[in-house]
Ligand binder design. Structure first.
Ligand code: GRF
Length: 180
């Protein structure tokens, strides 16, 4: 098994964190949230994984970087902040994100709502590298789901999330295997 260390950054419920922890528990050495009461922090604490609250605001990427020494791979899992310099250059091709659409379609917020409003027949999720843009980095893995006629934003998001929990660990395994 790879000995590379993973940090996870999230702002929300942390279901993708859980999916990753099921496969990489021993390698996840830090979970950071910009929200002090985020469920993802409670889930990490339940697994005895060190957690940290790093509030948003000025120089967020600089402050995040100061806590990430010794980390090999950063996984964003519902982290609602843009990653900027100097963090990007410190982790080239080593910051991943999961997004709930088939990028480049529907970047940004509430991608599942965008799919429904667009009358899309299918949507899905994407694991991609993080760059300076919003959901614009190189695509690593995608999974498709159908958009059904009676879907609500909630039912579509739930269907997409089932796939997220499968492809995120798969993508991380591949990236870890390629890390030198
Ligand atoms: C996921 O839908 C992910 O694609 C998006 O934010 C959501 C996070 O969900 N970036 P969770 O906190 O992992 O449950």
């Amino acid at each position: 098994m790879s000995s590379k260390k993973i940090a996870i950054l999230g702002s929300g419920t942390g279901s993708n964190f859980t999916a990753l922890a099921e496969q990489f528990r021993d390698q996840i050495t830090l979970v950071i949230s910009d929200k002090e009461d985020a469920l993802i922090l409670n889930k990490a604490k339940d697994l005895n994984i060190p957690t940290m609250h790093v509030p948003g605001g000025k120089d967020l990427s600089q402050r995040l970087l100061s806590h990430l020494e010794g980390i090999d791979l950063i996984c964003l899992a519902g982290f609602m902040r843009l990653i900027r310099e100097p963090l990007l250059s410190a982790f080239p091709q080593r910051i991943l994100n999961i997004h709930p659409s088939l990028l480049p379609k529907y970047p940004g917020l509430c991608a599942w709502e965008q799919a429904i409003e667009d009358n899309a027949k299918e949507s899905g999720c994407t694991v991609h590298y993080v760059d300076a843009g919003m959901d614009t980095g190189e695509i690593i893995l995608q999974a498709k789901v159908p958009v059904l006629p009676d879907d609500t934003p909630q039912t579509l998001h739930a269907r997409i999330q089932e796939q997220e929990h499968l492809i995120y660990p798969k993508a991380v395994r591949k990236i870890l295997a390629d890390l030198t």
